[in-house]
Write a protein that binds this ligand. Sequence first.
Ligand SMILES: *Cc1c(COP(=O)(O)O)cnc(C)c1O
Length: 428
Amino acid sequence: MTSRNDQLFEQSQKCIPGGVNSPVRAFRSVGGTPRFFAKGEGSRVWDADGKVYLDYVGSWGPLILGHADPDTVRAVQETAALGLTFGAPTAKELEIAEFLTGWLPGLEKVRLVSSGTEATMSAIRLARGHTGRDLLIKFEGCYHGHADSLLIKAGSGLLTFGSPSSAGVPADTSKHTLVLDYNNIEQVNAVFAERGNEIACVIVEPVAGNMNLVKPAPGFLQCLRENCTKHGAVLILDEVMTGFRVGPKCAQGLYGIVPDLTTLGKVIGGGMPVGAFGGKAEIMDKLAPNGPVYQAGTLSGNPVAVAAGLVTLRKVTAPGFFDALGAKTRRLVEGLAAAAKAAGVVFSAQSVGGMFGIYFSAKAPTGYAEVMACDKEAFNRFYHLMLLEGVYLAPSAFEAGFVSAAHSDADIDATIAAARRCFVKLAG
Ligand SMILES: *Cc1c(COP(=O)(O)O)cnc(C)c1O
């Protein structure tokens, strides 16, 4: 008997490329059929066949309060009843802008957009417009959305420009992007020494969450801050994933870095499409209509989306929220590591706030090459065993995981117990 998931996936492939609206959803990395979800509540999701899973994806980060948080849903319903969009200013967007600028020290002004991609793309244009320079520095394994200048992979040498990582990106675009190794301080210093006066901006994930999870090495973010300041380049911390996920003051608070520009998304929309970029007023005022850098959006600052974001931001910045979430996430990774060890499986795990990484390697990776060296086959087998157990992890060995406030200690312990059975099968 074919399952409803299989049926839906088969039909979807006829009218949606690959059957999905974002590639990683297609399960190509782990193999098998993606689950179509019909319902989510708290820590759980139900697929089209009615099977229930404990969810550690949370829509790839936004659902820090769990699925269908009642306060968020209520705010969305109440706001929607007053009109879905105006394409004109509303008090709601002022409210979230005042919240964000009052909360993050480096964020003097902020502009709202509808996705993380828009936030990073706009921040880069702004940095280039502000500095009058073209060169962009990014790091291998970091993801900043799918704008042309960001879909670039490393070139053959340190100071050679990269090459497009997607068809359709003009090779010319890659002339303006240098791709360096995450956590490689010497490399950053060398590139700034050589080309510092050409560099418009550095964009970085302050905790890398798009190559599994890689923590910043001591001094790495400080080195970016110092070089940008010294050479007049704009430091962009891409906190689309880490913002209000790793701590109440985001990664910038956790590591004590004040960027020139910050990009936000995911959690700040509470499950609705909201992104934002902001920073120094002097830079932000280069944006139209005040300045020469163009940026716009029909649905930017959408009141319904912003209403969901505001509820979420208020809840996650309440005292104690991240102590509880961090403790729960640590309980999960420590339990998983202990279960793997008992079964004799080579495995490690770590977390930052409500974000975690699991690795089929003896120790947590510190950069892209080490992430790539993890045992992907072991992950894929573990992934499908866990799916059968009713635990939904990100369908790729190269993605971070997320715990929500709706996950109970019992949920975490059930997950560890399921993992213990899976590790034993994996070892056997
Ligand atoms: C998800 C993500 C983006 C892109 O956000 P979208 O809303 O998917 O466009 C950008 N940067 C980082 C760090 C992300 O994790």
